[in-house]
Design a protein around this ligand. Structure first.
Ligand SMILES: *[C@@H]1O[C@H](CO)[C@@H](O)[C@H](O)[C@H]1NC(C)=O
Ligand SMILES: *[C@@H]1O[C@H](CO)[C@@H](O)[C@H](O)[C@H]1NC(C)=O
Ligand SMILES: *[C@@H]1O[C@H](CO)[C@@H](O)[C@H](O)[C@H]1NC(C)=O
Ligand SMILES: *[C@@H]1O[C@H](CO)[C@@H](O)[C@H](O)[C@H]1NC(C)=O
Ligand SMILES: *[C@@H]1O[C@H](CO)[C@@H](O)[C@H](O)[C@H]1NC(C)=O
Ligand SMILES: *[C@@H]1O[C@H](CO)[C@@H](O)[C@H](O)[C@H]1NC(C)=O
Ligand SMILES: *[C@@H]1O[C@H](CO)[C@@H](O)[C@H](O)[C@H]1NC(C)=O
Ligand SMILES: *[C@@H]1O[C@H](CO)[C@@H](O)[C@H](O)[C@H]1NC(C)=O
Ligand SMILES: *[C@@H]1O[C@H](CO)[C@@H](O)[C@H](O)[C@H]1NC(C)=O
Length: 854
């Protein structure tokens, strides 16, 4: 009953407020800020401003009850506000702050919360609501949980955020009556507040009517409505504190942690001569916000057919005002940068040209959009992407700043969210689901474990039988170095740092002393350096017994290097294959990270194609190199249960031994493939430009088809013998993949092939070869062939060429035509399951064995 009455009162107040403000209108505030340092009886300077203690006789507020004041005994994290965060007002029952003499108008109200250890109160258990003149601002809020949740979100995007305080900002219209801020703790709980900031918004910074996304203009009714600032970001620039915004003291955060793919947006900066496009814009945002921005990353490869996306957690079932800030910093003409703006996947604006809107370069503007978020949705996406209706030259986007405001609904701005003190949301029904899932999971694990044990036992019995009969594996095909030893897997899984020693006992091969390595590499003589790898130099060396080795030495103390070093060890310790460069041993003395490989006498495939004076490879040699590397990749993809994605397939990672046998190397970026229940692995975009799969870049989802794409680029590189990216060429030729593909699509690949090949290849084989490469470069991964299919078709191409060679040499034409007839049907649609290649067959048996061992 009393609840009903309270609701009714609230409603009444709200209605009164609306009526009142409608009559009075949306007044403009003037004058001074009210800054309160809660729990203190003196005035304190913080952030360049004077904050008056709420117990000081000198303030214009009254407290309905004092609760008690708490002071931090231990030092608190330093920030501009540390002085005022040292004290707090703690209230076990409702506490009203009543402010007298605030002129009517609109105000930013900021509530500062900085939890600290208090006597007799565990701040983790605090929970309270806040309202301002009847408008509910916060509901049963647990501040430490909220802070931890924010940190969790930021950390999940790779930013080690350890914020320890929270500022909630609201924009409120105030009438002539006193402002009553009412803090009420949940039953049996308590609340606290460190500081209250009330800043007048003298100028009008919001218009009354705003474009609705996908609709017409709507009236915001800000005179009777409050707003909460959800996000305020300085896109592409640093965090800006209140001191950059001396009228309104706003804080602008960085945007990168909200980006869906950080690499998609490139930071740009130019601080010269920026002005507001309109005279009265200055309070909307300080100019420094417009000095930095993000544009679409120029990938050379992609024609910018992707979006820059930001993703924000928001409260469901509210209306949002999205404000975007723009200032063209780079281009000085119209029609150079035209893009689309999407808000929650709906087009908010198309054909958007900042230069045209602002009337010039270096002119700051903003755009507001209104978008309701349904009760089923708790994220808001903001995306900028190419407008395909614009000419290709203009497809680019730019954003300088971004603000998201939540509009009050029926006098309410609060959304009930509960987080435990470690930041995970607490929801009873969800918790129940989680327990059910855990239960089911445990049961499933037990079942699986049982089955695996059973199968392993069975296999052991069978293998011991077959081992007796066979003796050993055929040479050149030894996939089983695979004791994915549990310590390795666990160290990886827990993200812990991997100790080489744990590997030493297993499959790592020989452990070298640093002295041995130094002797072999003549103390890392630069004359013996044969390359610079992803994380350090590679040297040629010779062991005492005369064996030639390649020594990969990581630059000391490179964190990046360490991760890739570990990946390489983990990958290589699991893999042995004739077409993968094999690891001989390692050395980890004196903080060195050194890997020792078999020596590949003929270096990289690239060095035999162009850029050096080595004699050109024949078409046959090139095909054999492609086949060898395809075989290595096919093994990577299929040789273990989850498959392995190389992620950095390129001609410098294909090495040739003394017999020109090609082997894949450099597994520093490799990833285990998707597990059973996923079709892809989500990961930050890595790899080499020019070879990078556009779909991977767009969706950040890694599949083995990304390797297939890169391999397609390798195929074109091999036949054209030029760099995959050559910026000195005319625009349409810069990117080999695009250029060669356009020729291939016209079926005239022969016009652009390496002149060294002219006349020395079978035209039929080149035709087939082009078709394979084209298939590999299909825009969507699902349309690309599997590596096994590529391999099989390449073998067929080689057969075609060999038949042609025999014909050229006037050999018996009977055997050559037979060879061709034996080859499979030439359709690329043919299925890889019908593999006739004996090696591929073996690889399948190999993978079966792998399954059994894992
Ligand atoms: C302020 O509080 C401190 C400690 O609580 C007390 O010692 C001091 O006398 C107070 N000052 C005033 C002006 O009330
Ligand atoms: C009250 O505030 C004024 C100015 O804000 C200051 O000059 C004065 O000393 C203060 N008085 C007390 C008792 O703190
Ligand atoms: C605090 O303010 C609210 C609303 O303005 C009012 O209902 C409540 O009675 C006040 N509480 C105290 C303790 O003054
Ligand atoms: C993030 O972590 C690194 C090392 O782990 C540290 O050097 C850096 O200061 C941290 N950054 C922040 C903002 O805490
Ligand atoms: C910044 O803008 C000014 C004026 O438009 C221009 O002259 C200058 O080259 C720009 N600087 C950079 C680094 O782009
Ligand atoms: C900046 O503006 C001033 C005055 O408008 C002008 O004289 C100056 O040349 C401008 N500088 C640049 C780099 O555009
Ligand atoms: C960009 O995002 C919008 C909205 O989610 C989507 O419709 C569009 O297809 C995306 N464009 C690209 C190139 O991914
Ligand atoms: C909007 O698009 C993104 C991907 O672009 C997708 O993850 C998200 O679920 C979409 N949201 C809605 C509401 O459709
Ligand atoms: C509050 O929760 C955090 C995170 O769970 C914990 O680290 C901290 O010790 C807790 N504080 C108290 C006083 O219990």
């Amino acid at each position: 009953m009393s609840k009903l009455r309270k609701k009714f009162l609230e409603l009444l107040l709200c209605v009164l407020l609306i009526i009142f403000t409608c009559v009075v209108g949306y007044g403009e505030a003037q004058g001074k800020s009210f800054l309160v340092d809660c729990g203190s009886n003196t005035s304190t300077k913080a952030d360049g401003r004077i904050w008056v203690g709420d117990l000081s006789p000198n303030n214009s507020l009254t407290l309905s009850s004092t609760g008690f004041d708490a002071t931090a005994s231990s030092p608190i994290k330093s920030s501009a506000f540390s002085e005022i965060y040292k004290s707090a007002r703690v209230f076990p029952t409702t506490l009203n702050y009543t402010f007298d003499g605030i002129p009517q108008g609109s105000y930013f109200l900021r509530l500062h919360f900085s939890p600290f250890v208090m006597e007799n109160h565990n701040v983790n258990e605090s929970s309270f609501s806040v309202s301002a003149n009847g408008m509910r601002l916060m509901l049963d809020m647990n501040i430490p949980g909220e802070i931890a949740h924010k940190n969790l979100i930021l950390q999940s995007s790779g930013h080690n955020s350890t914020a320890s305080s929270l500022v909630k900002e609201f924009l409120l219209p105030l009438g002539p009556e006193k402002l009553v801020l009412s803090f009420s703790p949940e039953k049996e709980s308590f609340g606290f507040v460190n500081a209250i900031e009330i800043v007048p918004v003298v100028d009008k910074i919001f218009k009354e009517s705003v474009a609705k996304v996908g609709g017409s203009e709507v009236e915001l009714g800000l005179g009777g409505r409050g707003m909460e600032t959800m996000y305020r970001l300085n896109v592409g620039g640093p965090k800006l504190g209140p001191s950059h915004d001396l009228n309104l003291y706003r804080t602008w955060e960085t945007d990168s942690s909200y980006m869906v793919i950080e690499n998609a947006g490139e930071e740009v900066k130019n601080s010269s001569n920026i002005t507001y496009a309109l005279a009265n814009e200055s309070p909307v945002a300080p100019l420094v916000v417009y000095e930095t921005a993000r544009t679409m990353t120029n990938t050379e490869v992609l024609e910018k057919r992707f979006n820059i996306s930001w993703r924000f957690e928001v409260d469901p079932n509210f209306d949002y005002l999205v404000r975007l800030h723009f200032c063209e910093l780079l281009v000085d003409k119209q029609n150079q940068r035209i893009f689309k703006i999407y808000i929650n996947n709906k087009t908010a604006a198309g054909n958007f040209d900042i230069y045209a809107h602002a009337g010039g370069k270096n002119k700051a503007i903003h755009q507001d959009y209104f978008d309701p978020v349904s009760s089923k949705n708790d994220v808001l996406w903001i995306q900028l992407g190419p407008d395909t209706s614009a000419g290709a030259s203009g497809t680019d986007a730019l954003l300088s700043g971004l603000e998201i405001f939540k509009l009050s609904k029926n006098g309410n701005l609060a959304h009930l969210m509960r987080f435990d003190s470690s930041g995970h949301s607490v929801d009873d029904s969800k918790m129940r689901m989680i327990w059910i899932c855990i239960g089911a999971g445990v049961a499933a694990i037990i079942l699986v474990a049982f089955l695996v044990t059973f199968v392993v036992c069975l296999c052991k019995i069978r293998r011991s039988k077959s081992d007796d009969s066979k003796g050993n594996n055929p040479p050149g095909w030894r996939p089983l170095f695979l004791h994915v030893n549990n310590s390795t897997a666990n160290a990886k899984a827990t993200g812990g740092s991997l100790r080489l020693n744990t590997l030493a006992a297993s499959t790592m091969g020989r452990k070298f002393t640093l002295a041995e390595i130094r002797a072999a590499a003549k103390n890392f003589d630069d004359g013996l350096a044969i390359g610079v790898g992803g994380f350090g130099k590679v040297y040629r060396g010779e062991l005492e017994d005369g064996t030639l080795i390649a020594i990969k030495r990581a630059t000391p103390h490179s964190q990046q290097g360490l991760a890739e070093f570990e990946t390489e060890i983990v990958m290589l310790s699991r893999l042995r294959h004739r077409h993968l460069v094999s690891l001989i041993g390692f050395c980890d003395e004196h903080n060195e990270m050194i890997l020792v490989y078999e020596y590949m006498a003929n270096g990289t495939l690239r060095s035999h194609l162009f850029g050096s004076n080595l004699p050109p490879l024949s078409w046959k040699q090139r095909l054999e190199a492609c086949i060898g590397s395809a075989r290595g990749l096919h093994y990577l993809h299929t040789g273990s249960e989850r498959g392995i994605i190389h992620r950095d397939v390129k001609t410098t990672n294909i090495l040739l031994d003394e017999n020109f046998v090609a082997k894949m190397s450099d597994f520093g970026l490799s990833k285990a493939g998707p597990s059973m229940d996923h079709t892809h692995v989500s990961t930050a975009v890595k790899g080499s430009f020019g070879y990078l799969d556009p779909e991977y870049f767009r969706r950040q989802q890694l599949t083995e088809k990304s390797d297939v794409y890169s391999f397609g680029v390798v195929l074109f590189e091999v036949v054209c013998a030029r760099a995959v990216i050559n910026p000195t060429l005319p625009k349409d030729q810069i990117n080999l993949a695009e250029w060669a593909l356009s020729w291939q699509k016209q079926r005239s690949l022969e016009s652009i092939i390496d002149p060294n090949l002219r006349g020395n290849y079978s035209p039929e084989s080149l035709e087939k070869y082009g078709e394979i490469a084209e298939k590999c470069l299909a825009d969507e991964g699902k349309n690309r062939p599997m590596m096994g299919e590529v391999l099989w078709h390449l073998e067929y191409v080689l057969q075609l060429h060999e038949a042609w060679l025999r014909k050229q040499n006037g050999e018996n034409s009977f055997s050559s035509s037979q060879a061709v007839e034996e080859a499979p049907e030439s359709s690329l649609q043919a299925c890889s399951n019908q593999d006739s290649s004996s090696e591929t067959k073996k690889s399948q048996t190999g993978s079966t064995t792998l399954h059994n061992v894992v």
